[in-house]
Ligand binder design. Sequence first.
Ligand code: PRX
Length: 658
Amino acid sequence: MSTIDSASLQPAPRQIPAIEHTAISGMDAYRALVAEAETDHQAFWARLAREHLQWRRPFTKILDDSNAPFYKWFEDGELNASYNCLDRNLAKGLADKTAIVFEADDGTVTRITYQALYHRVCRLANALRARGVTRGDRVVIYMPMSIEGIAAMLACARIGAPHSVVFGGFSAKSLHERLVNVGAVAVMTADEQVRGGKTLPLKAIVDEALAMGGTVAVKTVVVYRRTGGRIPWITQRDAWLHELEHAQSDTCEPEWVGAEHPLFVLYTSGSTGAPKGVQHSTGGYLLWAAVTMKWTFDIKPDDVFWCTADIGWITGHTYICYGPTAVGATQVIFEGVPTYPDAGRFWQMIERHKVSIFYTAPTAIRSLIKAADANEAVHPRSFDLSSLRILGTVGEPINPSAWTWYAQHVGGGRCPVLDTFWQTETGGHMISPLPGVTPLVPGSCTLPMPGIDAAIVDETGHEVPNGHGGVLVIRKPWPSMIRTIWGNPERFRHGYYPDDLGGKLYLAGDGAIRDRDTGYFTITGRIDDVLNVSGHRLGTMEIESALSAHPSVAEAAVVGRPDETCGEAIVAFVVLKTARPSGPDAKRVADELRAWVGKEIGPIAKPKDIRFGDAMPKTRSGKVVRRLLRSVAKGEAITQDTSSVENPTVISQFAHGL
Ligand code: PRX
């Protein structure tokens, strides 16, 4: 837990560039919304749900908290998410409006209108139904960033089949684990994906995952032809997406579902080895996706919105698939990576597509700062970024210097930078400045969104005074919150509503501190064994179990080390079954272990640094002394008392990288 105790840590809030006619007009309007939610929490949410979503059957119940923390929102209301994201826009006269501008890795641009997207989704939904997929069935989506990927998600929503999107960078083993856990009946994938000028297999990985067994429920694999590369084919099971679409009608009656019907399950890492399937609802989730598009991003009819996330993460769910479409926005999506063909790609795309709202991760900004410092041609000032009006970041703390560079060089001093704090479990923004409203402080996510009752408490659940570090909690339920962990309600209850905090507070898993004067929140980092590597969430246990599964590994411990670009870097301490390797041998084994982790989990989980020792430093009761390993990973001199360590001599073995 963070125990930072300090007076005002933050600089004074800066006044921000004025923005005309924002959805929330100013601090008074913000405070009025906060007060409205405080006065009658349920009435506040009910009003929003009536104003921002179209219901097939209006709800009469707002919140059911009789089985807390398994909260239910708008339970007797009926709606369909894809109807809200597509048909509703057609009815509003937005049929010819561009829904998505897709830029491929090689720069090819494809546009699709709301009308055309609606037809594609309907065809795909019909095709899934024709293959026997029905309401409640789970569909795994393992696809690249593409119009087809978004259409796949919306098609599942249309027929009431919860989707589970698995990021295309995960290995066959990780995909298999998720397919089995969620009990998928169908998989949607592509032949290959293209990133940074390289093609990478997807369908072959699906085949490998399905051959691992335990996935008997999967009867259909739908394949989007992205590259035309050669892929294996199982005639009975596999079907081309374009052939399926072609054979279907371009309209499709949506499946009207209750507001609590699961819209999707998205796997994320926690403290223990197995990833957890975060289950979201249809009504509550979609409500906050739509409202935050308006409140946080102040989305207007003429805006061009670009969120650089991947649909494999929650940011891609809420601020690519559902949020922008729910409000009828035009958005840019991107297949490739920010550094290909060079590190000016983002700035060039903002210029080309006249992006007005840009949302990315601090890691991307930090790596682009480095590149811009080294090469003027890829510096944002070499591009016309005058279309921008709002900037955002997400996924990890942003250091004030990166924040300031982003505001100055990308935003030209005109655009507010919104440091949005939220999580897979929260569905949408929790603590974030509002553009043109909240005076900004670099490195602070500032104030909770109206309706979100955030607080900082000590280990016993008591609120700490401003200026004192503690753990971040949310005191009242909110509609877009996680409903449960798929197949493991007890893990949900214990993990998020722990008894030692009284069982009634949602524990976010982050440490935080509020500024003494302004009450602004600053997130100080995870309090559990979760690492944040380039904005990706990874459990240390997950990586440890992957390493330990290698035949030559006796024991492994994984910790994070602060890293200038990635936020955190993974450092692994390994004890082999054979003698401790040294010299070139150590490098060879380390490379082999890195490749192994890439296969077990995916390339994002490969340790940056692997150290070998004869044994793990442990206490006499056999616990690995992690705090010591953290210091060793940072290269700190060991000044801590090591008298409780059973075998202190191994510490110096681990002290040196390869
Ligand atoms: O530690 C916090 C960090 O990312 C975690 C959530 O990760 P994930 O579920 O993958 O969702 C990321 C995208 C919403 C949080 O527990 N985090 C997210 N946003 C911020 C952040 N840390 C600091 N500042 C943020 N703005």
